[in-house]
Design a protein around this ligand. Structure first.
Ligand code: URA
Length: 273
């Protein structure tokens, strides 16, 4: 992929047109993109579960015990926070995750706290670590363009965070231990934002939030539910591919487009669009 994703001067119309072109929508007829350079078998229809499924339907893992002192600390600290600002301060002051020692900034959130859609990624990268905000690098720019195609933006109606608040050195995948330490914070984060729709981008956030070992390819494309003990209602949750994966595999943008349409349909069903 050439470095068009580094172009920071953003024009909403050309961004959407660029997204359409990237996913193969070059002609405004039909609901499946056609790759004119290659004859392909008809794609199989996306399977959408008739009813939302819960954590229990995705082969849940046994509840992870807070087996370390840091993890039990983070659980107690997160549980005590009553507002987003308290949670932000608690995460900023937390010293129980070693990633903090190598990070420049704590990355807590971006977007509108009143948003009905909350997007959860994996962990900050180099740009996010420098700026202290999630998804501000090339992946974030692609995420913004994708959301924009269904009328969503972090300026107006999306709230964004990550499972992990500190950049893992060299952008490695966070370890299970690091995720167990940070999980209480992101779960409390969800409770306090109380969105109507959760969007999990990538396998790491999907596995952590839906408490499953199933791969993202199997899990995406249908609705799940997320609920903690403190929540009265479950939140409709959709997993999709991480924008960093889309940058490496642009052919998968059409799949994410279908996931975006599911989100748009749900927003309309909820009377939020
Ligand atoms: N990838 C993520 O998962 N989160 C970010 O904030 C940036 C890149």
């Amino acid at each position: 992929m050439k470095d068009k994703h580094n172009n920071s001067a953003s024009n909403p119309i050309s961004d959407i047109l660029e997204w359409y072109t990237d996913i193969g929508m070059t002609v405004a007829i039909g609901d499946q993109p056609v790759n004119h350079k290659q004859a392909r078998p008809k794609p199989s229809p996306v399977t959408v579960a008739a009813a939302p499924i819960t954590r229990a339907h995705v082969e849940p893992l046994p509840e992870k015990p807070a087996h370390t002192k840091q993890a039990s600390n983070s659980k107690a600290i997160a549980a005590a926070c009553q507002t987003l600002e308290e949670l932000r301060q608690a995460v900023l002051n937390f010293d129980g995750c070693d990633l903090k020692a190598t990070a420049t900034n704590t990355v807590f959130c971006d977007g509108s706290p009143e948003a009905k859609i909350m997007v959860i990624g994996e962990a900050p990268g180099a740009d996010e670590d420098r700026q202290g905000r999630p998804f501000v690098g090339v992946s974030g720019q692609l995420l913004d363009r994708a959301l924009q195609t269904i009328g969503l933006s972090r300026q107006d109606n999306v709230y964004i965070t990550n499972i992990i608040n500190w950049r893992p050195p060299g952008n490695r995948t966070p370890t299970p231990h690091e995720m167990a330490i940070c999980q209480p914070f992101v779960e409390r984060h969800i409770e306090l934002v109380a969105p109507k729709i959760l969007v999990l981008v990538g396998g790491t956030s999907t596995k952590t939030i839906l408490n499953t070992n199933e791969g993202i390819m199997k899990i995406r494309g249908r609705w799940h539910e997320f609920k903690t003990e403190r929540m009265q209602e479950p939140i409709k949750t959709l997993a999709t591919y991480h924008p960093a994966f889309l940058l490496r595999s642009p052919g998968q943008k059409a799949t994410v487009w279908r996931d975006l349409l599911m989100i748009e349909d749900e927003l309309m069903r909820l009377g939020l669009k």
